[in-house]
Design a binder for this molecule. Structure first.
Ligand code: NAD
Ligand code: AHE
Ligand code: ZN
Length: 369
C-alpha cells in the first residue's frame, strides 16, 4: 500500500513529506493507521545527527496513537479496529529482561530495532524502490506503519488520539520516572532540571505522589509559569543566580534534594543534578538523552557519601501493561495532558514543530493525520 510520511532523508535537513510504499504486516506484525503523533526532543536529536544509532533515510516519530487496520499471521492480542499506542520499549513478557521483573527494557527485538529494521531484519517502508528505515520501532511520522504485536499497547477507545499520543513517550517517561524509577514518596523534596515536554511531566508526577518542595530549574524564564501550572513550588534560572547552581539548590532544600531528575540531556546539568542531591540518600535520575560521544563525570566521593545515580527509559513502564493504566489516569483526571499540547499541526507543517521546540516556544507539538 501507499502511505504519506515525513521522511528524514539526511541529518540536519528538514523532513520531506512524500508518498512511500509500505508492505503489509508479516507474521506477528500489525498494520496501524496513525491518527496523531507528538514530536519529542529525541526525534530532533536524531534528526540533528546526534544519535549514535541514527539512520537515514528513516521515518522518525515514536509518540503516536492510532487504530489497528490489519494483523499478520499469529497475532492474537489485537484485531482490526483496536485503538493502540506504539511502544518503543516493547513488552514481550518472555525474554530474560521481561521475566526478571527488574526492568522494563525488553530485549527481544532491541537489536533489529536499533538498526531501523523489523525483527526479521527487513524494512517495510521503501521510496522509489529504495529501503527506508524504521525509527525506534515506531515511525509514527507516517500515516500508516507496521509494528510487532509486542510493541503495541491496546488502549480504551474513548481516549482522544491527539492527547493519548503523548502517553507514547513524554507523559509516561516523566510521570513513570517519578512513580516507577525513583519511587518518590509523599513529603519528598524534588528538583527537576529542564521544564520541557518531559520535565513538566516529572513535575506533575511529583505533585501526584505528594512531594513537598518541587523545584524547577530552566534557563528559559518562560518555563516558570509552565512549571507552576503543574505543581512546581519554586523556580530557579541558573543564569540569574549569584554563585553556583548546586550550592543554591542545596541551600533551598536544607542540605540537598531527596530526588533530582535531569530532563535536559546536557551532561553538565546531569552532574549538577547528582551533586544537588542530599548526602546519604539523595537519588538522581537521568532521563535526558545526551549526544553521541558525551560522557558524565563526578567525584566518586559524591557516590561514596550516599548519593545514587541512575537512569530511566520510558519511565520504567512496561508498555503493554502500564500504558493502558496511564491512559485511564488521564481519562479519570488524575494527570493532565491537554494544556501541555501547545500546538496542533498537519503533517505538511511538521518541520514547524521542530522549529518551535528549538525556539523554546512549545511544550508539545502534535501532528494530526
Ligand atoms: P524539550 O526541548 O521540550 O525540553 C528541554 C528543556 O530543557 C527546555 O525547557 C530547555 O529550556 C531546558 N534546558 C536546556 N538546557 C538547559 C540547561 N542547561 N539547564 C536547565 N534547563 C535547560 O525536550 P523534552 O522533549 O522535554 O526532552 C528532554 C530530554 O529527555 C531530551 O534529552 C530527550 O531526548 C530526553 N528523553 C528521554 C526519554 C527517556 O526515556 N529517557 C524519553 C523522552 C525524552
Ligand atoms: N539511540 C541512543 C539512545 C537513545 C535513548 O536512550 N533512548 C531512550 C528513549 S528516548 C525517548 O524519547 C531509551 O528508551 N533508551 C533505551 C534503549 O534501549 O534505547 C544511543 O545513545 O544510541
Ligand atoms: Zn521521546
Amino acid at each position: 500500500m501507499k502511505t504519506r510520511a515525513a521522511v528524514a532523508f539526511e541529518a540536519k535537513k528538514p523532513l520531506e513529506i512524500v508518498e512511500l510504499d509500505l508492505e503489509g504486516p508479516k507474521a506477528f506484525e500489525v498494520l496501524v493507521e496513525i491518527k496523531a503523533t507528538g514530536i519529542c526532543h529525541t526525534d530532533a536529536y536524531t534528526l540533528d545527527g546526534l544519535d549514535s544509532e541514527g539512520l537515514f533515510p528513516s521515518i522518525l516519530g515514536h509518540e503516536g496513537a492510532g487504530i489497528v487496520r490489519e494483523v499478520g499471521k499469529g497475532v492474537t492480542s489485537l484485531k482490526p479496529g483496536d485503538h493502540v499506542i506504539p511502544l518503543y520499549t516493547p513488552e514481550c513478557r518472555e525474554c530474560k529482561s521481561c521475566l526478571s521483573r527488574k526492568t522494563n527494557l525488553c530485549t527481544s527485538i532491541r537489536a533489529t530495532q536499533g538498526k531501523g529494521l523489523m525483527p526479521d531484519g527487513t524494512t517495510r517502508f521503501s521510496y522509489k524502490g529504495q529501503p527506508v528505515y524504521h525509527y525506534m520501532g515506531c515511525s509514527t511520522f507516517s500515516n500508516f506503519t507496521v509494528l510487532p504485536e509486542i510493541a503495541l499497547a491496546k488502549i480504551r477507545s474513548d481516549a482522544p488520539f491527539d492527547k493519548a499520543c503523548y502517553i507514547g513517550c513524554g507523559v509516561t517517561t516523566g510521570v513513570g520516572a517519578v512513580t516507577n524509577t525513583a519511587k518518590v514518596e509523599p513529603g519528598a523534596n524534588v528538583v527537576v532540571f529542564g521544564l520541557g515536554g518531559i520535565g513538566l511531566n516529572v513535575i506533575q508526577g511529583a505533585r501526584m505522589v505528594g512531594a513537598d518542595k518541587i523545584i524547577g530549574v530552566d534557563i528559559n524564564n518562560e518555563k516558570k509559569s509552565w512549571g507552576e501550572r503543574f505543581g512546581m513550588t519554586h523556580f530557579v534560572n541558573p543564569t540569574e543566580i549569584d554563585g553556583d547552581i548546586v550550592s543554591h539548590l542545596v541551600a533551598l532544600t536544607d542540605g540537598g534534594a531527596d530526588y533530582t531528575f535531569d530532563c535536559t540531556g546536557n551532561t553538565t546539568v546531569m552532574r549538577q543534578a547528582l551533586e544537588a542531591c542530599h548526602r546519604g540518600w539523595g537519588v538522581s535520575t537521568v532521563i535526558g538523552v545526551a549526544e553521541a560521544g558525551k560522557e558524565i563525570s563526578t567525584r566518586p566521593f559524591q557516590l561514596v557519601t550516599g548519593r545514587v545515580w541512575q537512569g530511566s527509559a520510558f519511565g520504567g513502564a512496561r508498555g503493554r501493561t502500564d500504558v493502558p493504566k496511564i491512559v485511564d489516569w488521564y481519562m479519570d483526571g488524575k494527570i493532565e495532558i491537554d494544556p501541555m499540547i501547545t500546538h496542533v499541526l498537519t503533517l505538511d507543517e511538521i518541520n514547524k514543530g521542530f522549529d518551535l521546540m528549538h525556539e523554546g516556544k512549545s511544550i508539545r507539538s502534535v501532528v494530526v493525520f
